[in-house]
Design a protein around this ligand. Structure first.
Ligand SMILES: *[C@@H]1O[C@H](CO)[C@@H](O)[C@H](O)[C@H]1NC(C)=O
Length: 366
């Protein structure tokens, strides 16, 4: 009898534990009783919908066409990488999209680096961008640009990686170098990354349970540098002024988000948006970025990588190693720059001008 009771309790406990680790199903946009669709979307090869937004000068009048990949916890509403003055002055058409599972784009449970690169190629084709276009990625969106360099290099006119997030398990890193950078992260982030890498099925539970601190990025308290805090307070000042435009972006502890009125990037659920982002970004990659071939070996075009040397989220030591292995990358290290360095005065403009003019730059000071 006792044995039976123990067995029943044990099975009950396991069933409960299993349930607790399972994410709830995503709330798909446009499903019956689900979230409304407010964006323009394209249908992808596997039936998924990809939401996008257009910014800058009209496509037909544009001199340059750029697709931007947003960062962690952000969405298509983030077009802040080019100010409206810059898009006007240079003639830029800027296309942003909700990465799969974010905003109003359908989740992609089979998401890989390659699938997102192909999503971008399809988006460019359905939007009639022509044979070639530019790509820019910020932070987690930088990983998307690595994917484009690997899988759709023939479609690129140029690329900019801005504080692109590294994966400590890329095989090209010397073990001691990546270990040193890894152990300099907050302990809770070391754990969140360990879970995402080694036991991805626990990612949802790990980042929603209340027993241990979860990822600092999810808690919106990452390792910000002095410059990051300055930039956030500068933008906070602007936002409280009466002149703030309703579609102006916010640079705050949620990194770069947008306008109060817009829908939440994680409205379909955190699992298929930010958790999937961690699982894919810090999982096992299908390739090593340090083995990517120069996409512009025989054609015009330049790849830029911009990094602040005080970035608390993305270790500069690893970035230096990557560009040391890929000498065809134009590397610009910003002295004193944190993770939000693009929002320091003049930097976004410098990034854009360098990319579109194919300039070979030396170090830019912020
Ligand atoms: C890692 O090991 C190599 C070779 O043993 C050494 O030259 C290098 O300085 C080490 N790097 C760090 C960060 O410890």
């Amino acid at each position: 009898m006792l044995k039976k009771i123990v067995l029943v309790l044990l099975v009950g406990c396991l069933a409960w534990a299993y349930q607790a680790t399972r994410p709830p199903p995503p709330k798909i946009c446009g499903s019956p009783g689900g979230l409304p669709i407010t964006s323009s979307r394209i249908k992808l090869r596997d039936g998924r919908q990809l939401a996008y937004a257009e910014h800058g000068v009209p496509k037909d009048m544009a001199k340059y066409k750029i697709i931007f990949a947003h960062g962690f916890g952000s969405s298509r509403h983030d077009a802040s990488i080019a100010t409206s003055e810059t898009t006007e002055q240079l003639g830029i058409y800027l296309l942003t999209f909700d990465r799969p599972g974010y905003g109003e784009s359908d989740p992609d449970p089979k998401r890989t680096m390659q699938s997102t690169a192909l999503d971008i190629e399809e988006l460019a084709d359905k939007m009639g961008l022509g044979q070639k276009f530019y790509v820019i990625g910020y932070s987690m969106g930088g990983q998307v640009v690595w994917g484009c360099l690997k899988y759709i290099p023939h479609r690129l006119e140029g690329a900019a990686l801005i504080a692109p997030v590294v994966n400590y398990w890329w095989s090209g890193f010397p073990k001691n170098l990546s270990a040193k950078a890894y152990y300099e992260q907050y302990p809770q982030d070391q754990w969140a990354l360990r879970v995402a890498h080694y036991i991805p099925w626990l990612t949802y539970w790990w980042n929603t349970q209340k027993w241990f601190p979860a990822s600092s990025a999810i808690a919106r308290k990452p390792k910000f540098s002095h410059q990051d805090l300055e930039i956030m307070s500068k933008f906070a000042g602007r936002q409280s002024s009466k002149h703030v435009k309703s579609n102006e972006m916010h640079v705050n502890s949620g990194f770069v988000t947008c306008c109060q009125k817009q829908t939440l990037p994680t409205q379909q659920g955190e699992f298929e948006s930010i958790h999937r982002d961690m699982m894919v970004g810090f999982g096992s990659w299908e390739f090593d970025v340090m083995e990517i071939k120069n996409p512009f070996a025989n054609t015009a075009g330049t790849v830029y990588l911009w990094q602040g040397d005080h970035d608390g989220l993305v270790p500069v030591t690893l970035q230096r190693h990557i560009v040391g292995r890929l000498p065809w990358i134009q590397y610009n290290e910003i002295a004193g720059g944190g993770h939000l360095f693009p929002y320091a005065d003049g930097i976004r403009e410098a990034i854009m001008k360098a990319l579109l003019r194919g300039e070979k730059l030396s170090t830019v000071d912020s």
